[in-house]
Design a protein around this ligand. Structure first.
Ligand SMILES: Nc1ncnc2c1ncn2[C@@H]1O[C@H](COP(=O)(O)OP(=O)(O)O)[C@@H](O)[C@H]1O
Ligand SMILES: [Mg+2]
Length: 306
């Protein structure tokens, strides 16, 4: 559905994007994960035709995306990183105006407004001025405004920044619902937990380059360790050091052992059974699975966290 080919752009001396290649299939919930300044928003703006790349191009369906072309935007719902709403107006009035941008006929627009207000759970606030809304409510309304015209592709640029946990969950739920209904979604975030939770396939972007791409499983396979087992040093475990080393590569650290299980013991069931057999109590073990944070760290040597 979307093909990004060799897209580059410079702002003065800053190479914001350096030859991006990406393909997103119809119906995907695709993640674009990267730290602040990586180039996520710039790429979103190029996809929707708000920015013109210096090199490369974007193809949607079988059409070349043309810079500043309104017809093309009808197929895309773009939820920008910065809230763009008329604060003095009500939620309903905002949606009327946004609907007008897309030339949606009056009666259809009324139905659409009712439908999207319900989706974003703001029906009961439709007459209230947006300036009195919380960050999360504004964000939800902004999403509503960007899907009034029933776009095939929805671009969401960091929609949960500055949003309370309840609104965040509401946003996740409605995006998943839209995705189940067949919408293709591209979701940018710098929160690896969100990418992990929401996006079955994703790309990691850093300094204007895609440094990894794949399904969650594929990305994690790049890591040397999928699972790390920590076992406290106690009189029991010291006595069983030899048996513990059968599980995999064992490191003796201050106060605990760290074990990278071999393939056989990567399965929880096998591992827990073995530990129980050894008489090692569950409350002195800790098992952690590789995360996208580990993938980012192994690729860049840096942490993704702010
Ligand atoms: N209009 C602009 N003028 C100058 N520099 C910009 C502009 N937009 C983005 N940049 C720079 O391009 C890089 C990528 O920015 P951006 O796409 O906003 O990253 P992200 O969305 O991943 O945080 C940053 O270094 C940013 O400062
Ligand atoms: Mg951004």
């Amino acid at each position: 559905m979307l093909q990004i080919e060799n897209v580059s752009i410079k702002f003065g001396n800053i190479e914001a994007l350096k030859g991006i290649n990406l393909k997103v299939q119809k119906g995907e919930f695709f993640g674009l994960l990267g730290p602040n300044g990586a180039g996520k928003s710039t790429l979103m703006k190029i996809i929707v035709g708000y920015l013109k790349p210096d090199n490369g191009h974007v193809i949607m369906g079988n059409e070349l995306v043309v810079y500043d072309n309104v017809n093309f935007r009808r197929k895309i719902g773009f939820v920008p990183q910065e809230i763009s709403l008329y604060l003095e107006l009500s939620a309903y009035q905002n949606l009327k105006i946004f609907g007008g941008f897309y030339n949606i006929p009056g009666k259809v627009l009324e139905e659409k407004i009712t439908e999207v207000l319900k989706l974003v759970q703001l029906e009961d606030r439709k007459k209230d001025a947006v300036k009195n809304f919380s960050g999360g409510m504004k964000r939800r309304l902004n999403i509503a405004a960007s899907i009034l015209h029933d776009p095939e592709l929805i671009l969401c640029d960091e929609p949960t920044v500055g949003v309370d946990p309840q609104s965040r969950n509401a946003i996740f739920d409605m995006l998943m619902k839209l995705n189940r209904e067949g919408k293709t979604i591209i979701y940018t975030t710098h929160y690896m937990e969100e990418a992990e939770r929401m996006c079955p396939r994703l790309a990691i972007i850093d300094y204007g380059q895609i440094i990894a791409e794949g399904t969650l499983t594929e990305l994690k396979k790049m890591l040397e360790r999928q699972v790390t087992l920590k076992v406290l040093k106690t009189s029991i475990t010291i006595e069983k050091t030899n048996e513990l080393s059968q599980i995999g590569k064992l490191l003796e650290l201050d106060g605990h052992y760290e074990i990278i299980p071999n393939e056989y013991f990567e399965l929880n069931s096998k591992l827990f059974y073995y530990l129980e057999e050894l008489g090692i109590p569950a409350d002195i073990i800790n098992l952690s699975r590789a995360s996208l944070e580990d993938v980012f760290l192994s690729l860049t040597g840096r942490s993704l966290r702010d």
